[in-house]
Ligand binder design. Structure first.
Ligand code: RTP
Length: 148
């Protein structure tokens, strides 16, 4: 089953949105396969966002990500990468639909609360980086009520 790496950024943690965000993924029917609160250092954050090195906002983005603890998660389910991006909403909150996490809770792109893998391949790399121990091995007993 497909997996996505989802991270609640420091502003989401500071603003008390952890429960709300987990709840949205749970209620959709996705399964939590990994969860940890962690503070990352500059080198780790730069590694995670290495594709964006050279962008004018890169240094500010790294300062933001290392400014406080983040919640790292693995969510699993059919099409979880694409659907997770829909639940999260567009990168710039001005473009995020109401009903998405960023559309409901964010105003500035540099404080947009949450990260979600943008492809199955990125998810694989990000999960390997953030969860070297791998996902927790379990399956929800509600599977047959979620999948046909
Ligand atoms: P993310 O990786 O965090 O899920 O975001 P994304 O794919 O929607 O957007 P991406 O282009 O990968 O940008 C990563 C994060 O960098 C910050 N950003 N700031 N100031 C700016 O113009 C700007 N553009 C992007 C955002 O926090 C964005 O989520």
């Amino acid at each position: 089953m497909e997996q996505s790496f989802i991270m609640i950024k420091p502003d989401g943690v500071q603003r008390g949105l952890v429960g709300e965000i987990i709840s949205r993924f749970e209620k959709k029917g996705f399964s939590l396969r990994g969860l940890k609160l962690m503070s990352v250092d500059r080198a780790f954050a730069e590694n995670h966002y290495s594709d964006l090195a050279g962008k004018p906002f890169f240094n500010g983005l790294i300062e933001y990500i290392i400014s406080g603890p983040v919640v790292a998660m693995i969510w699993e389910g059919k099409n979880v990468v694409a659907t997770g991006r829909k639940i999260i909403g567009a990168t710039k909150p001005v473009d995020s639909d109401v009903g998405t996490i960023r559309g409901d809770f964010a105003i500035d792109v540099g404080r947009n609360i949450i990260h979600g893998s943008d492809s199955v391949e990125s998810a694989r790399k990000e999960i390997a980086l953030w969860f070297p121990e791998g996902p927790v091995n379990w399956q929800s007993s509600l599977h047959s009520w979620i999948y046909e």
